[in-house]
Design a protein around this ligand. Structure first.
Ligand code: SAH
Length: 300
């Protein structure tokens, strides 16, 4: 279950709003008033409600708390398309281009035929993990986004590690087409060299275009395929590299966690309370800068 704590605000308050580890979305109503919403997967406590109120000192009413039924995520992700701010990332559609503020990294995504507008809890979790990895100083020469959908995560990685070679793959050719268009719209170069994202259609991690080792692997798919592909996907994480998995429900998390942990990966965090947990792992060893990027059959 997801809860929303929502307060009326000014556009300036919406643009300035920031809260560590909490997904915030700001949106403009038809009557041109703004609302700021905090999303939480645990019941909002007084401290959170007070924190949301503090983000909008202009408001004369207290924040409103309501439940967002799980099924609404799908509708929400396809229609509402309010801008979503996660760490330094600001995911928005053209209609909300004016909400992008200096210091934020914009990812422009239009609602369309592929999954990944930035509004699903799993996408948000992956964006937060990418942002955190960058802040922690992870060195990324090569990255893989498996199940790229709109390409949102591949683009987020490209913006944070501008010289990395990134592979974005999806089993769905339509998603790959959408991802390519989004790369263009976000001025991320398509190609196989440093500072570029290459796209390919692939079922799981076995495709030739994906072969090699990666400093950062993100896969927002579903629990069952993630367990199935664990042996091959885990092997692709370079020493010192990081693996981010999402798309699983809390009740499926332990199974996915076990499948990867038994493959030389160390779990960074086990989020026990959220509905859609993001799992993060590292492979022991130091990143071998530049030496693992040329493995045979790599995306070159
Ligand atoms: N990365 C985006 C989209 C996630 S939705 C985001 O984080 O928002 C999951 C995507 O995985 C879908 O686009 C789906 O087509 C793709 N997918 C599902 N099974 C797959 C598989 N076996 N191999 C590659 N991609 C897969």
């Amino acid at each position: 279950m997801t809860w929303i704590v929502e307060v009326r605000c000014t556009i300036e308050e919406a643009a300035e709003a920031d809260m560590p580890d909490i997904t915030l979305a700001a949106h403009e109503r038809d009557d041109e008033t703004w609302r700021l919403a905090a999303y939480t997967e645990t019941h909002p406590d007084a401290a959170l409600i007070a924190a949301v109120a503090a983000l909008a000192p202009s408001s004369t009413e207290p924040p409103v708390v309501r439940e967002l039924p799980e099924r609404d995520w799908v509708r929400f992700s396809q229609s509402a398309l309010v801008p979503v701010t996660v760490g330094r990332f600001h995911v928005y559609s053209q209609a909300h281009a004016h909400t992008l503020r200096p210091g934020r990294i914009g990812l422009r995504i239009e609602a369309g035929r592929a999954f990944g507008t930035g509004h699903h809890a799993t996408t948000v979790g992956c964006l937060a993990a990418i942002d955190r990895a960058r802040r922690e100083g992870l060195v990324v020469n090569r990255a893989l986004d498996l199940g790229t959908g709109t390409g949102v995560l591949a683009m987020a990685i490209a913006k944070r590690w501008p010289r990395a070679r990134i592979v974005a793959a999806d089993i769905d050719p339509v998603a790959v087409t959408v991802a390519r268009a989004n790369l263009r719209a976000n001025r991320v170069r398509a190609g196989v060299r440093g500072g570029m994202v290459s796209t390919s259609v692939a079922d799981g991690p076995r495709g030739r275009a994906l072969a090699g080792h990666y400093d950062l692997v993100v896969a927002n798919i579903l629990a069952r395929p993630l367990v199935h592909m664990a042996p091959a996907l885990a092997r692709m994480v370079a020493p010192g590299g990081r693996l981010v998995l999402a798309g699983l429900l809390q009740r499926q998390a332990r199974r996915v966690w076990a499948a990867y942990r038994s493959r030389g990966l160390v779990a960074l965090a086990y989020p026990a309370r959220v509905a859609w947990p993001t799992l993060e792992f590292v492979r022991r060893g130091s990143a071998m800068r530049g030496t693992h990027g040329t493995a045979a059959g790599s995306a070159r």
